[in-house]
Design a protein around this ligand. Structure first.
Ligand SMILES: Cc1ncc(COP(=O)(O)O)c(C=O)c1O
Length: 454
């Protein structure tokens, strides 16, 4: 086979000879096709044989305004001809400066300091270290622990994985990790029968209070994914929990870290999920949609109060220590600026609300399906929970890999759907049309039937 052969088959064979893909048992590719994508266009991906796939998951929740979006691509090309990168210690550049100004302007009040990193997990590492170091600089070296929610996911570097509670990712590496204090998630799926989402939030806040009464003296921060625990199964909860969490963090003198890496930038119906509870966290972690799927970039926003705890004569040894070579990359910053310009200039949130309503209407009939325990939605994130037994909510055994059948069905029918276990979810790019949403839902429904026949 020559390298001039650019068919799906040829590219897949070359890939499998050397590459090792994330979140993949590579052996699966003896049976599951590797899909070489050569082009993107709006919500569509196009493979080397010309087959098209509607990207129902925004390519791991990153893409907002379409693949190869011409406006963002032009900004990136323009920046590449001026400055591709410069060391970000001692040197700066206007794309980073303007991005920091814009992020401070659009995020919840009080978040006036911006630290840049280059992916979501790195942002979590920064927030955890900064919170710990803040307390250390204030003379509270005894604060070394973090509270995380059950079912949470914050990334897979060792620090981020330490505060995550998805067994699939955590279990194997557990001996290497910090041990978080786990607070029960306010996830509505796990509520008591008849309990409202607000009542679940109130009950879970009571349990969090008890943990803080016991452990706040050694706790740096509580870290949460606001409103939707995404990788943990698109589990959703009431905004009251965030308001109560803010109050508890103030009362017990611990930080509130909001990981909006997946839910930020309009996903949940507001620009940031925290807005729905009218709260500002002490640290806000952003990535993914920040660059609309074009470049790796993340940002941690924090308060002037945190910043001041590090600001001292060099000899005091209080400076924050965390650096990545590609911190503040000008190409990524410029792409982020263009992404935020689209939010300013176009009615993105309004359009998303209309799309979300359409998606909700299309998914509603699934509530009556004998193997669907729950259909839930927050903004443009929707999930359908498949179960073996509807009455008891007994899940299908994970080993049956029912979700994989939905994925394979999608590939055969022009849709990229990638269920999380038995949870089929939708998280499309914001440029998707209602007709395209219909195609995604129809394909998912047919895929679910195929998975149930398995
Ligand atoms: C809520 C949340 N936090 C952190 C991360 C980690 O981001 P990254 O994959 O860029 O390291 C993810 C990724 O899915 C996420 O969903």
């Amino acid at each position: 086979m020559t390298t001039h052969d650019r068919s799906n088959r040829a590219l897949a064979q070359r890939d499998l000879r050397h590459l090792w893909h994330p979140c993949t048992q590579m052996h699966d590719h003896e049976r599951i096709p590797m899909v070489p994508i050569v082009r993107g266009e709006g919500a569509w991906l196009i493979d080397a044989d010309g087959r098209r796939y509607l990207d129902g998951i925004s390519s791991w929740w990153t893409n907002l305004f379409g693949h190869a979006n011409p406006r963002i691509a032009a900004a990136l090309a323009d920046q590449a001809q001026q400055l591709e990168h410069v060391i970000f210690a001692g040197f700066t550049h206007e794309p980073a400066i303007a991005l920091a100004e814009e992020l401070v302007r659009i995020t919840p009040p009080g978040l006036d300091r911006v630290f840049l990193a280059d992916n979501g997990s790195a942002a979590i590492e920064v927030a955890l270290k900064m919170s710990f170091h803040y307390w250390l600089n204030l003379g509270h070296g005894e604060k070394t622990r973090f509270i995380a929610l059950t079912g949470s996911y914050h990334g897979e570097t060792l620090g981020a994985l330490s505060v995550s509670d998805v067994a699939l990712y955590r279990k194997t590496y557990a001996p290497l990790l910090l041990t978080p204090i786990l607070a029960p998630s306010p996830d509505t799926y796990e509520g008591e029968p008849g309990e409202t989402p607000a009542q679940i939030a109130a009950r879970r806040l009571g349990e969090l209070r008890a943990l803080l009464e016991r452990d706040a003296h050694e706790t740096c921060a509580v870290i949460v994914e606001p409103l939707v625990q995404c990788a943990g199964g698109m589990r959703m909860y009431h905004p009251d929990y965030l308001a109560g969490l803010r109050a508890l963090c103030d009362e017990f003198d611990v930080h509130f870290i909001a990981d909006e890496i997946a839910v930020g930038f309009g996903r949940t119906g507001t620009l940031f999920a925290c807005e729905q509870a009218h709260v500002s966290p002490d640290f806000l972690c952003l990535s993914k949609g920040l660059t609309a799927g074009f470049m790796a970039l993340s940002a941690v926003l924090t308060t002037e109060r945190v910043y001041e705890a590090f600001y001292a004569e060099y000899s005091a040894g209080k400076a924050f220590l965390h650096s990545h070579s590609y911190t503040g990359n000008p190409l990524a910053c410029r792409v982020a600026l263009e992404t935020l310009a689209i939010f300013r200039e176009e009615p993105v949130l309004e359009r998303n609300r209309a799309l979300a309503a359409h998606l909700a209407a299309r998914l509603a009939p699934l509530r009556d399906h004998p193997h669907v325990a729950d259909v839930r939605q927050t903004g443009l994130i929707a999930a359908v929970e498949l179960v073996a037994d509807k009455a008891t909510r007994r899940p299908f055994p994970a080993g049956e890999r029912r979700g994989l059948e939905v994925y394979l069905h999608g590939l055969e029918h022009s849709a990229l759907l990638r269920p999380l276990g038995n949870i089929v979810y939708f998280m499309p790019p914001y440029v998707i049309t209602t007709e395209e949403l219909d195609h995604l839902v129809d394909t998912a429904v047919a895929g679910i039937e195929r998975a149930l026949r398995q």
